[in-house]
Ligand binder design. Structure first.
Ligand code: DGL
Length: 277
């Protein structure tokens, strides 16, 4: 195989603080079926959403170093918190394409809104970074952006309470102020939130467009690979491991969650010591 062919067939590195980024991996699997994926979930150090910028950047750097040992041709930061806090630094440090989830989500919201009132639900870190606000204002200075941290959503999703009355009650409390402001577009700015999309949609009503950055990120990645001439030309043959999963702890729990959201059953997740990278 020539060097160039090898590069085309190299995997995409995808990482998150844990299982949430699987919603992004799932979209990449759907939209780019020829691409191989190496996924890393930082299950030992999750959540990132309540940690400092310094800590999230340090963790993200270690993961990028690990992914580079897997000869990835591009990296997707499939975590809103890491995209908000670390992406700018990572972009300066790596020489392969790197995509976060925030910009694609913000762009989709800008094109969806009719009344210029956009809501963002996300972790405390993502909201306090003000990143969605910044990107949206840069591209549409007239837009009004209202952020709301929803820290209870992540544990509710991880407990599998996706359509439970408890989740609905909590979502109602979080979302009421966004409804009162009259937003017409809501960004699901945390990797876990697409799992409770129907509960959120029920509360917000049909007139509010829900934006899933996972979908937009996979689209952006597709465009970027095409532009750089890095697309895999055909589906890897039998015997080639299409998707590989690594975690920093609790592989069984990860596998169980992954198998509940991916149509492709994951065979195994390998535990690595991420502190070594
Ligand atoms: N993956 C994180 C995000 O998208 C949510 C979970 C966490 O707090 O680590 O912001």
């Amino acid at each position: 195989m020539s060097g160039e062919e090898e590069l085309h067939n190299s995997p995409i590195g995808v990482f998150d603080s844990g299982v949430g980024g699987l919603t992004v991996a799932r979209e990449i699997m759907r939209q780019l079926p020829n691409e191989r994926i190496v996924y890393f979930g930082d299950t030992a150090r999750v959540p990132y959403g309540n940690k400092s910028k310094e800590t999230v950047t340090k963790f993200s750097r270690q993961i990028v170093r690990f992914l580079q040992t897997q000869q990835v041709k591009a990296i997707v930061v499939a975590c809103n918190t890491a995209s908000a806090y670390a992406l700018d630094e990572l972009e300066k440090e790596v020489d392969i394409p790197i995509v976060g989830v925030v910009k694609p989500g913000a762009r989709a919201a800008i094109s969806a809104t009719q009344n210029g009132k956009i809501g963002v639900v996300a972790t405390e870190a993502t909201i306090s970074s003000g990143i969605y606000n910044r990107y949206i204002q840069e591209n549409n200075p007239g837009a009004q952006v209202l952020g709301k941290a929803c820290p209870l959503f992540v544990p509710l999703v991880e407990e599998g309470l996706w359509e439970d009355p408890v989740t609905e009650e909590i979502a109602r409390r979080y979302l009421t102020e966004l409804i009162d402001v009259g937003i017409d577009t809501l960004i699901l700015g945390c990797t876990h939130y697409p799992m409770i999309r129907s509960t959120v949609g029920k509360i917000m009503g049909d007139q509010v467009t829900l934006v899933n950055p996972a979908y937009e990120t996979a689209r952006e990645l597709k465009g970027l690979l095409r532009e750089k001439g890095l697309e895999s030309e055909h589906r890897p043959g039998l015997g080639t491991e299409l998707y590989r999963f690594f975690v920093s702890d609790a592989a069984d729990k990860f596998q169980k969650f992954a198998n509940s959201i991916l149509t492709y059953g994951i065979l195994s997740a390998k535990v690595i010591n991420i502190e070594e990278y």
